[in-house]
Each structure stands twice: as C-alpha cells, then as structure tokens.
Design a binder for this molecule. Structure first.
Ligand code: PRP
Ligand code: MN
Ligand code: MG
Length: 181
C-alpha cells in the first residue's frame, strides 16, 4: 500500500479553494439559467467529484446525466479519437445542456463531445470545467465556466487519476517522481 503523504509532491489547488470556487461557479450558473430547465452532464470518471459538489452548490433543481467516453491512447496522453462507452439516458432535443468536466488538457475530448451533443438538437451546450491547462490546448474551445487554470504538469486528485488511482485525493496536486518509476 502506497502512502499518500509521500506520493504527493505539491498541492496546486487546496480543498478550501475548490469549495469556494464552486460556490462562485454555481452562483453564475444559477443566474445564467434562471427560469430554464438545465441538464448537467458529467463525463465519467473524472467529473464525478465536481459533479457531486457543483450539483449540491446549485440552488436550481437540475437534472443529472452521465457519459463515459474513452480517448484511444495510453498513459497520460489523449489522442482525440473518442468512443462512447456509456451514452446519455436523456434525449437532448431542445434541452439546455451543461457538460461538466474535471479538466481540459488538450481539449480533444471536449471538442469531440461538444460537437456530438450539439448534433443531437440541444437548445444550448456549454462547458464547465474545474481545471484547464491553457498551455496544453491543441484545439480552441469556448468554455463558459472555468474553476482554475493550472500549469502544464501532470496533476491528480479531485477526480483526476494516475493509472486509476488518486481520484479520491480531495485536492489537486502533482505526484512525486517515485510514483512513476
Ligand atoms: C481525462 C479528463 C478529461 C480528459 C481531458 O479523462 O478527465 O476527461 O482526460 O483530456 P483532453 O482535454 O486532452 O482530451 P480520461 O480520458 O483520463 O478518463 P477518466 O475521466 O476516466 O480519467
Ligand atoms: Mn475524463
Ligand atoms: Mg484519466
């Protein structure tokens, strides 16, 4: 069993910062969608934490649905070729949709997903991401709600994994080099 204390190198976004930023984002979302029905769509598995916390910070009774996608590619890089592992249960026709992500790295996953959901006849499709790596962007995406911008380093925690671990770390951090070896 590895010890989290020695696996973490540096905390980039603390638990309290995440919580505070989520209340700000939730207030923006409540205001922007006032009087509308909203469907928030979490992208499994990374978005589980931000979906759960954002949904509870909202004051409006949103509906929640989930998609699982896989970008072909291994390790820490994504390729942009996306396949749907679990589709939505909801018909998007005329729906206001907010995609919720933990991180936008290259942007390839979301750029594909955005086009895919828009093609289903949604009234609107916007994006909320807790983290964004501006330096890693390979495609430009219009993102309405961003929690924090982070440097182009491999980060884990708050839903983000390394080899499926560290998703349950309650803050965002970099890993010590020994974890990768
Ligand atoms: C990660 C992350 C985003 C995506 C971002 O998911 O949660 O969904 O990569 O990368 P991109 O902007 O370069 O496309 P991952 O594919 O690792 O699946 P997971 O959410 O199950 O960890
Ligand atoms: Mn993901
Ligand atoms: Mg991952």
């Amino acid at each position: 069993q590895q010890d989290l204390g020695t696996d973490i190198e540096k905390v980039l976004v603390a638990e309290a910062q995440i919580k505070h930023r989520l209340t700000e984002l939730a207030a923006d979302i409540d205001r922007d969608y006032a009087g509308e029905d909203l469907l928030i769509v979490g992208v499994l598995k990374g978005a589980v934490m931000v979906m759960a916390d954002l949904a509870r910070a909202l004051h409006s009774p949103v509906r929640m649905d989930w998609m699982a996608v896989s970008s072909y590619g291994s390790g820490t890089k994504s390729s942009g070729v996306v396949r749907i592992l679990k589709d939505l249960d909801t018909d998007l026709k005329d729906q206001h949709v907010l995609i919720v992500e933990d991180i936008i790295d290259s942007g390839l996953t979301l750029s594909w997903l955005l086009a895919n959901l828009k093609s289903r006849g949604a009234a609107s499709v916007e994006i909320c991401t807790m983290l964004r790596k501006p330096e890693a962007a390979k495609v430009e995406i219009d993102v309405r709600y961003v929690g924090f911008e982070v440097p182009n380093e491999f980060v884990v925690g708050y839903g983000l994994d390394y080899a499926e671990k560290y998703r349950n770390v309650p803050f965002v951090a970099t890993l010590a080099p020994h974890v990768y070896s």
